[in-house]
Each structure stands twice: as C-alpha cells, then as structure tokens.
Design a protein around this ligand. Structure first.
Ligand SMILES: O=C(O)CCC(=O)C(=O)O
Length: 290
C-alpha cells in the first residue's frame, strides 16, 4: 500500500508523453494517449465533475448534450489535476514553448441516447479570443466510448489549414457578450475560409478521419487548430463524460475577432488589462511549467 499523501499520488497519476507521441502530435496535430491518467484519478475527476453537473457554473449548459467550463481551479481535486507538473511539462513540450500556463478546463457530457444531427466539425482556436501557435488541449475520457458513443474524432493535418467560422453546435445563438471590450475587436475576416467544413464523416477514408475508441483514463492531446468532432451518443444506456484542459505557451496573444463568436469566459477579469496583441495574462491562468 502506498504511504504517499493523496496529493502526491494525484501528482504522479498523469504520465509523461513519449517522444514518439510528440512526433505524431507535431505531424498530425493530434495523438491518442492510452492510459494517460490512473484509474484512481479517473474516479476522483469523475466524482468532482458529478458535483459540477449538479451545480453548473454561469457557463454551464442544459440538455442531454451539455458542457461547462472555467470551474476546475475552484474545486481542489480538479485543481490538483489541472496544475499537475507532469501535465504542464507535457503541454510545454508539445507546444515547444519554454513555459506553459493553464488556460481553462472544459467538461463535455452526453447523456445516453443523445445523437447529434450531423457532426459539429470545428476548430477550437477561432472561438477563443486568442492567437498563437503555442496552445494545446488534452481531452480526457472518463467513460468508455466508441465512434457510436461520442468518441472524439479528428481530421489529422487539418491544423495546418485555415479556420472555419465559429458557430454553435446545436444551431442556437452563441451568447458572446464581451461588454465594453467589444469595441476593441479587430477585422479578422482574412483568417477565415469561405466554405463550411465538409461532412468529413460521410467520407472518412478520403480525409483520413481518425476514429478512436477510448477507455476511462485514455486521452488525446490535440492542437487547438485541428478539426475535430464527436457524432453524438447513440448508446441507449451509457453516458459519455469527458474533461478537456487547455494550456498556452509563450507566443499566445490576446485577440478579439469582430463579427464572430469570441468566448467571453476567456477574457481577463474586468480589473485586469486587456489589449489585442498583448501577451496573455490573468490571475485565472497560472503558470504551470516550469
Ligand atoms: O467532448 C466533446 O464532445 C467535444 C470536445 C471538444 O470539442 C474539445 O475538447 O475541444
């Protein structure tokens, strides 16, 4: 039996990414990380997320497919995971950045029998008021899932192309009230492709779509520019629960793109400075590595 205090056990419960995994990530913009966190950490995170599901934050959604974000630093067991040394070091290595800051956490729940119409193929970065190459996500599966039960899929190599316009996953209006900072938004129309994302799932072979299955504790590390989606949960009895954490590195900068949704949850606090083009800084985004 381990004699380590619980917080040390948690800290060692995230494994380092291997050099081969990093090579795959750099080439494809995504790599699956089997057994990324220990079974006990899966249990700890799941229990904390279940508490969160009962008490959603102001950013929490409703319905059979819902998400919540930017809450983990306030819950001690999640905070230990999000600020874990090994996780932060993995992020810095993936970003090839001398430092890694925690950016935000994001929970995604599909209740049983929650298919989606089509897929919501998207890239994350254009939804966020951020630009730069040094930004990475770790999506952690807390339940078993397959492509039929909302396992996250990817279009490898798509991080190297332009951006599709951000839009909501379910057709609803995205609520992007930026307050007085809205006036600072810049014209970013040249960043966006003129087309909608293709229905990659209709011809997965043509696009080389990576359709993974995951066990609890498996993760994917992905570039926030890579196109990804889940096809909804067709399982009649099993939910799909996942928890993403995002990090940024040294080249990340604030931006605000005019005319498209920019997530207001991801701006510095009102009492903190904000300027388009300035380095990312906020008390919400602690440096995790070194
Ligand atoms: O879990 C999902 O369904 C979506 C996850 C996602 O898009 C993300 O983590 O960026």
């Amino acid at each position: 039996m381990s004699t380590q205090p619980p917080e040390d056990r948690t800290r060692q419960a995230v494994r380092p990414v291997s050099d081969d995994e990093l090579e795959t990530y750099w080439a494809d913009g995504v790599v699956k990380l089997p057994g990324f966190v220990s079974a006990s950490l899966v249990d700890t995170i799941t229990a904390a997320l279940d508490t969160q599901i009962q008490n959603p934050s102001r950013w929490g959604g409703t319905g059979k497919q819902r998400s919540d974000r930017c809450f983990g630093l306030q819950q001690e067991p999640l905070r230990r995971y999000l600020l874990d040394d090994t996780l932060g070091h993995n992020a810095a290595r993936a970003m090839r950045s001398p430092s890694a800051n925690f950016f935000f956490d994001h929970m995604f729940l599909f209740e049983p029998d929650a298919p989606v119409d089509g897929h919501y193929w998207h890239q994350d970065l254009p939804y966020w008021p951020v630009e730069g190459d040094h930004i990475v996500s770790f999506w952690l599966s807390l339940t078993s899932c397959s492509p039929e039960s909302a396992a996250l899929k990817f279009v490898p190599g798509s991080h190297a192309s332009g951006f599709y316009r951000p839009k909501s996953f379910d057709g609803s209006e995205l609520d992007g009230d930026l307050g007085e900072r809205a006036a600072l938004a810049i014209d970013a129309s040249n960043e966006f492709l003129d087309e909608e994302p293709p229905a990659f799932h209709d011809d997965p072979e043509r696009y080389g779509v990576l359709e993974f299955s995951y066990e609890p504790g498996d993760a994917v590390m992905f570039n926030t520019r890579v196109v990804h989606s889940s096809g909804g949960n067709r399982s009649k009895d099993a939910r799909r629960l996942a928890y993403s954490v995002r990090f940024f590195g040294q080249d990340a900068r604030h931006t605000l793109r005019r005319g498209v949704f920019q997530d207001p949850a991801l701006l510095p606090h009102e009492d903190e400075p904000f300027a388009v083009g300035a380095p990312m800084q906020s008390r919400s985004w602690p440096q995790v590595y070194p």
